[in-house]
Ligand binder design. Structure first.
Ligand SMILES: [Zn+2]
Length: 244
């Protein structure tokens, strides 16, 4: 079974445009998502569901939920603290339940805890690493204009979201060696010889050992994604050996 890794990004009422209010009254404008490795970007935009955004949001969220539920793993940038709580708040607001507890790789978290950057924003990291994909600018007033039926402003918000998804996917590939997934792709595919991070076979090379007091574990590196991995533990000293 092929792992279903979903890149996701939502655009919702900009906090600066809606100062003082939170998701109880906020509004999701759109969600773009993309199955990792596939070309198509799946777009859910609120204006496709009606001209009254606050009513249309309910129908959009219902379909968004169905897309999100199909994933084995979600990948986002700041989605653990932002996108998923926002979506759950709006789902509950409309009486649509909540999302399942799907494994979530948040690349903002990866940067925060594995690197030492001045800013862990997608913009900063993508510029620092020189990604091929670039974020698009968005004017604050476009949030107001879109809400009042301005199609051009809404298109601009959706374009911004699509660009973010492409940057996110590139970020996933570039940052994968640093990601600490709580799920191995091999557990999904059933392939015990592939790289558990990127799922590619035949790329694992033995590169030394990690030692403990009486045990050691084989160290591997994947030459496809660059991840360092550890193999099975084996005992190197007999039971009862002196240890520190
Ligand atoms: Zn790999």
């Amino acid at each position: 079974m092929e792992p279903r890794i979903l890149m996701l990004d939502t655009e919702f009422m900009h906090p600066k445009a809606w100062r003082g209010f939170s998701a109880e009254v906020g509004l999701v404008y759109c969600m773009c998502s993309k199955w990792y490795g596939k070309k198509k970007v799946i777009i859910h935009r609120v204006d496709d569901y009606g001209i009254n955004f606050f009513k249309a949001e309910k129908y959009m969220l219902k379909e968004m939920k169905e897309t999100l539920e199909q994933a084995d793993i979600w990948v986002s940038w700041y989605g653990i603290k932002c996108d998923i709580p926002q979506i759950n708040t709006r789902l509950m607001h409309h009486g649509l339940g909540i999302l399942p507890n799907i494994k979530h790789i948040d690349l903002w978290k990866t940067c925060k805890y594995k690197l030492a950057l001045g800013s862990n924003s997608m913009k900063n990291v993508s510029e620092w690493l020189g990604f091929a994909e670039r974020k698009t600018p968005l004017k604050l007033q476009e949030w107001y204009l879109a809400l009042h039926g301005n199609k051009k402003a809404m298109n601009s918000i959706v374009r911004h979201c699509i660009a973010d998804i492409r940057v996110l996917e590139e970020g996933y590939e570039r940052l994968l060696p640093l990601v600490s997934p709580r799920v191995s792709l091999n557990a999904i595919t059933g392939d015990k010889d592939a790289c558990p991070k990127c799922g590619v076979r035949g790329k694992l090379q033995k590169r030394g050992w990690n030692y403990a007091q009486v045990m050691r574990t084989r160290r591997f590196q994947c030459t496809n994604c660059g991840s360092w991995l550890t193999g099975k533990r084996e005992r190197v000293l007999p039971v009862g050996s002196l240890t520190t």
